[in-house]
Design a protein around this ligand. Structure first.
Ligand SMILES: [Zn+2]
Length: 522
């Protein structure tokens, strides 16, 4: 491939304090020069291909450090119950969606939130059976930790009145002991294992276009082994346009070890990531593991999905085999225990361990997290979505919540992402949330716990270089400097010059991965 010069742009390289560059030269997949147009054209030599970016602002490609791309790909064609405000409305949408499916196909989707339904109603399998008597339906709620299933789905998963509650989960039952169709945490795993889409590769091929169009050039994928296989298939067919750091689900750790997988192995398109371990649930389901009871629920401190001794054993098994650990922890007790377990693991050179979400910590644990070198993989939009929940459920708790500023101040490495499809994967929504701590309607005015806000530069860094650092890729990605991959985006709004409200509405114009234009707004 000849040398290309991308010119006529305000190029934010991501280096602290560096003025914008005007042009970049790319040879193959790598940047070879960045600077004024004259400098770059001199470095590129005669005969370079010139590509005009029409004066746009350019940023390093955005990197989502926590996204479920298979679930997101499935959600693009699934029923979305997020904005539904009653049980009847939910059932009408499910019925309309089911009419389009072939017999035996699973109905995907969900994200319902029965707390917002009026009149108040408890979802159960009989309601779903009334609109879907034959096809299996299993719909995760808005935080993904509770599943609402119909009778056909329960039958396929072998769940009935005689099934005991699994460790770390609950099959909700009626007075006679019959499952109601509501499954919490680990109780939903048998269903989830069945809900495999046969055409994941096609779905991911379509979903990558959406993600590239949002300005993402790399992702840490948190989904399953079927997703990994689909990505390897796309890569081998030359159809992969987005770079994937692929996590290993906890249940497949032994298989990954047996296959000799190690974190960081692979190429620049598909690389082996960390093993993903759950330590607790989520706030919305009242299952995150807290040191004190939820307000108004004396005695309920959430669920420890993986007991501490098992965390320690899993960490040492993974790290001993060269696999980094990424542990989901939301409640302060969960975060404390996970940090204890990382401390017990000791020094593991070359492996960057992380906490996924790291939402509510005891203030003392921030500096411990920094000292242990544990990366905080956080999703800014979770903060602004959760404001009411935190103010009510965690009232009176002494916590550092979504404490981005506090973490940076003590030296915790931050990596930002979306957790899509729990939230929309738009990274500009994350930048807006990180610098304002307000919802998209501007409330609460001045921001929620505004002392934890970041500057735009810090937020962009967490969504680029920070995510690259979490993957051990900071020498390849995250900055636009010579020797790094030519992964960048041209946007219609310069985040360093415009207001956060304008940044929220940013439109990506061009997405370049490995020196090639992979997506362009038409
Ligand atoms: Zn997640």
């Amino acid at each position: 491939m000849s040398i290309r010069v991308y010119r006529n742009a305000a190029i934010h390289t991501g280096e602290v304090g560096a003025p914008p560059a005007q042009a970049m030269a790319v040879d193959g997949e790598l940047l070879i020069a960045v600077g004024t147009e004259a400098e770059v054209r001199a470095a590129a030599g005669p005969g370079a291909e010139l590509i005009d970016l029409d004066g746009a602002a350019v940023l390093p490609g955005l990197y989502d450090a926590h996204i479920h791309t298979a679930q997101y790909a499935q959600s693009l064609g699934a029923v979305d119950l997020r904005d539904v405000r009653s049980l009847d409305e939910a059932l009408a949408l499910v019925k309309a969606h089911a009419a389009r499916l072939r017999p035996g196909a699973w109905l995907f989707g969900g994200r319902w939130n029965s707390n917002t339904w009026n009149p108040p109603a408890q979802p159960d399998r009989y309601a779903l059976d009334s609109v879907c008597p034959d096809i299996p339906v299993a719909l995760p709620n808005v935080d993904g930790h509770t599943v609402w299933a119909n009778s056909a789905a329960l039958r396929l998963a072998g769940i009935d009145a005689s099934t005991p509650d699994p460790v770390g989960g609950e099959i909700v039952r009626d007075a006679s002991g019959e499952p109601t169709g509501i499954l919490r945490e680990a109780a939903s795993y048998p269903l989830r294992a069945l809900m495999v889409s046969p055409d994941l590769r096609d779905l991911l091929r379509a979903a990558q276009e959406e993600l590239l169009g949002l300005g993402l050039t790399s992702v840490h994928d948190i989904d399953g082994e079927d997703c990994r296989a689909a990505y390897l298939g796309l890569r081998d067919a030359g159809e992969l346009k987005l770079r994937v750091h692929k996590a290993i689900p906890m249940v497949h750790l032994e298989r990954a070890i047996a296959e000799g997988r190690r974190t960081g192995q692979g190429d620049d398109w598909v690389r082996t990531g960390p093993v993903k371990i759950f330590s607790d649930g989520a706030l919305g389901s009242h299952t995150c593991h807290m040191s004190e009871s939820f307000a108004g629920e004396q005695g309920n401190t959430g669920i420890a999905v993986t007991p501490y001794e098992d965390l320690v054993a899993l960490f040492s098994r993974a790290a001993g085999a060269g696999i980094a650990v990424a542990t989901h922890a939301i409640g302060d007790r969960a975060n404390l225990l996970v940090l204890d377990a990382y401390e017990a693991l000791g020094h593991t050179p070359g492996l960057r361990h992380r906490i996924e979400h790291a939402q509510h910590l005891r203030p003392d644990d921030l500096s411990r997290m920094a000292r242990l070198g544990v990366v905080a993989s956080m999703q800014p939009v979770h903060c602004t979505s959760d404001i009411d929940l935190v103010d009510s459920l965690l009232a009176g708790h002494e916590l550092a919540s979504y404490a981005w500023r506090g973490m940076l101040n003590v030296g915790v490495a931050l990596a930002f992402g979306s957790d899509a499809p729990v939230e929309h994967p738009n990274p500009f929504a994350a930048l807006y949330a990180a610098v304002t701590r307000t919802r998209t309607d501007g409330t609460p005015v001045g921001g929620w716990q505004p002392e934890q806000r970041l500057s735009m530069a810090e937020a962009v860094t967490a969504h680029t270089l920070g995510a690259a650092y979490a993957a051990g890729e900071e020498e390849r990605k995250g900055l636009l400097t010579p020797g790094r991959l030519a992964d960048f985006i041209a946007v219609d709004t310069d985040p360093y010059r415009e207001s956060p409200e304008a940044v929220l509405r940013t439109k990506v114009l061009t997405t370049v991965v490995g020196g090639d234009v992979r997506w362009r707004r038409i």
